[in-house]
Design a protein around this ligand. Structure first.
Ligand code: 8YV
Length: 329
């Protein structure tokens, strides 16, 4: 039987499925240290990860390893150049999380615009004595302008929801999407700068790459309207969190909604001191149904890539399909 490592706690019934095909080493505890992760991978043929960094050192310490299945659509934790150099396949879990993640983007954006977390903290602290005409005034969602940076599958799901709120949609992306998608979403392609100047609510939905590190920093925040909100459901590192905390403190923008952070789960402490930010612990895909779908898709990818099950040799979501069928080096 081939051996696999499941690096994180996941649904026990998914482990049972994997055990039908493999000898499973399951870390059902705390996140493994980098050394322990590499040590436990050393004799494995495959692995199921969720954000665990996999680079050249890990791959060369695991000479049998042929596939790493990430339980996430984002795979910036994989060094794909190292995967390609070793002929190791990476897989991810696209599509199954589009709608849940888009829902959560809206939840954060609306909570930021309408000051839901901030007012709840105030209420819990016992400050609510009377109604006030100017209590927690926010900014409207309906009829406003949505700015989506990153118009992939999740960005499109997010933009589609704007119709019900009668919003204008601006977007910026590496490349312009097909005209029929623009028409369906009623979305207009603009430069990042124009989007930041015009949007009332900016939402980030782009993958993290070295090139878009700090896509939003002090200069970009300065372009935004003082009444605008910024929501990040993409990845930590796309926003300069220190610059954002300062912009929120100085009220250069009205509010922010964040699900992801530089260096998470550790947050820039300045973010914890500003009231006008809604903070979530990286849970945009966290519904029971979606996390189950992600776990099962990651398992299916691993089973197929290791030549087992009904789709043996044909995993659904290869990131680097060019290595399929090549000998491990
Ligand atoms: C994951 C995510 O839960 O899919 C992604 O890219 O950010 C989340 O849905 C998280 O990355 C853990 O793997």
């Amino acid at each position: 039987m081939q051996k696999i490592l499941v690096a994180r706690p996941i649904f026990p019934d998914v482990i049972e499925r994997l055990e039908q095909y493999f000898e499973v080493d399951w870390n059902n505890g705390d996140v493994l240290s980098a050394d322990e992760f590499a040590r436990r991978l050393a004799d494995k043929d495959g692995a199921l990860t969720a954000g665990d960094p996999v680079g050249p050192a890990v791959l060369s310490a695991a000479p049998r390893l042929r596939v790493v299945a990430n339980m996430a659509v984002g795979y910036n934790n994989f060094d794909m150049a190292a995967f390609n150099a070793s002929n190791v396949l990476g897989t991810n879990t696209p599509d199954v999380l589009n709608e849940s993640t888009a829902d959560f983007g809206w939840a954060l954006m609306m909570a930021a615009a309408r000051r839901i977390a901030e007012s709840e903290h105030w209420l819990r602290a016992g400050h609510w004595q009377k109604w006030a005409y100017d209590g927690f005034l926010g900014s409207d969602i309906h009829g406003s302008t949505l700015g989506v940076i990153g118009m992939g599958r999740i960005g499109q799901a997010l933009a589609r929801r704007a119709r019900g709120f009668n919003m204008q949609v601006l977007y910026h992306n590496r490349s312009q999407v097909a005209p029929q998608i623009e028409a369906e979403l009623n979305a207009q392609y603009v430069s990042k700068e124009e989007l930041l100047r015009r949007a009332d609510h900016v939402v980030l939905v782009l993958p993290y790459t070295k090139e878009n590190h700090h896509t939003i920093g002090a200069a970009e925040l300065a372009l935004m309207k003082p009444t605008a909100t910024l929501t990040n459901i993409a990845r930590g590192g796309i926003v300069d969190d220190a610059a954002l905390a300062e912009a929120l403190r100085a009220k250069r923008i009205a509010a922010a909604g964040l699900d992801v952070y530089e260096g998470e789960p550790n947050l820039n402490p300045a973010l914890l001191t500003v009231p006008n930010v809604v903070l979530a612990p990286h849970i945009a895909s966290a519904t029971e149904a979606t996390r189950r779908a992600m776990a099962n898709l990651a398992a299916d990818n691993l089973i197929a890539a290791l030549g087992e099950g009904p789709n043996a040799g044909r995993p659904a979501n290869p990131i680097n399909p060019e290595v399929l069928g090549k000998a491990r080096v």
